[in-house]
Design a protein around this ligand. Structure first.
Ligand code: PLP
Length: 389
């Protein structure tokens, strides 16, 4: 009879060595202090900070992997596909999706644009992409990745696509289908391209086969909560639409959402080892980010987000008014949170890091930016202007 071998159960090995704990705490504390110290003057970037995500803390520490199609639960239990489906239903209502729509939670607006262009390329072979010069840099990058030819369309002074230029340029390729990316809130001026005008421009150019993707990374959600706004959602004629989750919803993990007016089945193979379908660009996807989106959408609802958007626009209007009052040139597009202003004096720019292109910088009055932030900026600016030394 052979001797029975016993296996001793070892305690989990940790990677930390003696003394490392306090060094790590120190580094993390320093990062937190750096972020908090800059909070009053960090108003140039589009991340809302008014929603409290701490109720999700109990989920932190467990892997939540939403791999695969949201409508098919994977084999493992560490996922929140149920929450993802609720988030997608909320977004489908918001963006007035027709029956038969599909979608998923992405890693951000960039993946949403890649997916929208991929959908267009899959539906319409030999197509040409049109996007404005103000489109996000992820758009030409996605065209490059997908091997799609891209044509840049000029914009008006405020950053909206010039539809006559779209007609002119599309007419040169009228024998080929068109994929048009409409930007719903451009990165610098928050200008909104109108999908109805895009369709009209393609009609005039004689192009029937088309896919319109709305890049709503910045302004898709807040605009959807208002009634008098440009046409951009699925009921308005977009074929796909994407948003970032960390912008208007302010999730503390970067993420996004993309919706497609059609079902994705025709090009989505099954993955036997996961028991799911491959309908997404990323394989593993963050369930934690999805839980955050679910928290933002269910705790506030469409009415709560409409209120947040209205309040943010009031702060933006206040900023323009205050800047004008001290003689500093400023303007904003209708319904936008973004306020364009002449670049700050160099001394101030070090404290207020405001994105700048050409003659204009911007502040973005995302929810969480209050009139006190604007007062601090404008009062400092007025003091500089009256005594530059
Ligand atoms: C208009 C627009 N599209 C896409 C993106 C990319 O989004 P993300 O940073 O979530 O990938 C941005 C980001 O600033 C944007 O402003």
């Amino acid at each position: 009879m052979s001797a029975r071998r016993t296996v001793a159960v070892q305690p989990p090995r940790t990677c930390a060595t003696a003394g490392a704990g306090s060094a790590i705490d120190g580094r993390l504390q320093a990062i937190l202090e750096r972020i908090l110290a800059a909070e009053l003057t960090t108003i140039g970037f589009p991340a809302a900070r008014d929603i409290d995500y701490r109720p999700l803390a109990p989920l932190w520490g467990r892997l939540l992997n939403n791999v695969g199609d949201p409508n098919t639960d994977p084999l493992h239990t560490g996922h929140v596909h149920d929450l993802e489906r609720e988030v997608l239903d909320f977004m489908a209502d918001l963006f007035r999706a027709p029956s038969g729509w599909s979608g998923y939670v992405t890693s951000g607006g960039t993946e949403g644009n890649l997916y929208g262009l991929w959908l267009g390329r899959t539906r319409l072979s030999n197509s040409v992409v049109y996007h404005s010069t103000a489109a996000h840099y992820s758009v030409p990058k996605a065209c490059h990745l997908l091997g799609l030819p891209a044509v840049e369309v000029t914009t008006t002074a405020t950053g909206q696509m010039d539809y006559s230029d779209l007609t002119r340029k599309a007419a040169r390729h009228r024998s080929r289908p068109a994929i048009v990316v409409a930007t719903i809130g451009t990165t610098m001026t928050e200008a909104v391209d109108d999908v109805t005008h895009v369709h009209n421009a393609l009609d005039v150019a004689g192009i029937r086969h088309r896919h319109v993707h709305s890049d709503g990374a910045l302004a898709g959600v807040p605009l959807a909560t208002t009634t008098s706004r440009p046409a951009f959602d699925l009921a308005d004629g977009a074929d796909s639409i994407s948003v970032s989750g960390h912008k208007f919803f302010g999730t503390p993990v970067v993420c996004g959402i993309v919706l497609n007016r059609r079902k994705p089945e025709e090009f989505s193979p099954t993955v036997p080892y996961l028991a799911t379908c491959d309908t997404t660009i990323s394989g593993s996807r963050s369930g934690l980010a999805t839980a955050m989106l679910w928290h933002a959408t269910t705790s506030l609802g469409a009415a709560g987000h409409a209120d947040r958007a209205r309040r943010a626009r009031e702060v933006a209007a206040y900023a323009v008014e205050r800047l004008h009052h001290v003689g500093w040139p400023a303007w904003r597009n209708p319904l936008s949170f973004t306020v364009l202003l002449r670049p700050l004096p160099a001394d101030m720019a070090a404290t207020w890091p405001l994105p700048t292109e050409g003659d204009w910088s911007h502040v973005i009055c995302m929810p969480g930016v209050e009139t006190s932030h604007i007062d601090h900026l404008v009062d400092t600016l007025a003091a500089y202007a009256s005594d530059p030394d």
